[in-house]
Design a protein around this ligand. Structure first.
Ligand SMILES: [Zn+2]
Length: 259
């Protein structure tokens, strides 16, 4: 059918208007869907990159005794390093930064016990690290470390807290679940389990760590590998390797949260 001239001239403009309304409506409808699609929206996660690069420059400060859960311990330690001198503090910070970015992209709020890695800084002490999760209202905390064991030992292990009143009895059960979820995340990335402790379970339960003892939110510590082992050190020193670690940690956190 031929349209009258006046209408046929108007029609394309009307069609464009309709198209724009449809687009706007679609965008409005999609907005809540996008927000809901972020799986970690509403979750706050505390990350604790172990040690601080400058700790060795402040011996009196880091050797000061602090509360660690019914006993005292030095504020902090220097951490270990690879044989070529790549420091644990730097590794922990690099992995934590990648974990943070991935978690935030998934909608989580992320707080870190330290936001810089510098030779001119020290701490925080283990008591502050332990209390950090509750202080920032976190749903959980993951403390990131790497081990310095004999050269032949390789692989990761996770550390959960022993249940001790009045310190950890309230968080021991979810903390063990978190440790196991992190182990599953690391297993899923085909990272090797520790072959030098815990009989292949890659899981230890400890009561001597202030960072775990003083936590009032579910917490687990990861020793991501052995820095003195050549194979582990190679992965730790590569950007790709650190991304693998970070993705595995995020996978573990998501398993724990079932999100
Ligand atoms: Zn450490």
């Amino acid at each position: 059918m031929l349209l009258p001239t006046a209408l046929s001239e108007r029609a394309p403009a009307e069609a464009r208007d309709v198209a724009r309304v449809v687009e706007r409506t679609a965008a409005r409808d999609a907005a809540p869907a996008r927000a809901a699609a972020k799986p970690l929206s509403g979750i706050t996660i505390a990350l604790d990159p172990g040690h601080q690069l400058g700790n060795h420059n402040f011996p009196s400060r880091i050797n000061r005794q602090v509360q660690a859960g019914g006993f005292t311990k030095p504020c902090n330690t220097t951490g270990t390093a690879t044989n070529s001198g790549y420091p644990e503090a730097t590794l922990n910070f690099a992995i934590a930064t990648k974990v943070k970015a991935r978690l935030e992209a998934l909608g989580a709020t992320v707080r870190m016990t330290r936001t810089r890695n510098s030779q001119s800084l020290w701490g925080p002490c283990v008591d502050q690290r332990g209390r950090f999760g509750a202080k920032v209202g976190a749903d959980l905390m993951v403390s990131l470390h790497a081990d310095g064991a004999r050269a032949g030992g390789r692989g990761f292990h996770v550390i959960a807290t022993k249940s001790r009143k009045p310190w950890t009895a309230d968080i021991a059960r979810p903390s063990l679940r978190l440790a196991k979820a992190l182990r599953a995340g690391l297993d899923g990335a085909r990272l090797p389990r520790s072959n030098y402790l815990a009989g292949g379970t890659a899981l230890t339960i400890r009561s001597d760590l202030g960072t775990l003892n003083l936590s009032d939110v579910p917490v687990a510590m990861i020793e991501i590998g052995n820095m003195r082992n050549a194979s582990d050190a190679r992965r730790m020193k590569s950007v790709k390797g650190r991304s693998t670690y970070a993705a595995a940690v995020v996978s573990g956190i998501r398993r724990y949260l079932s999100r």
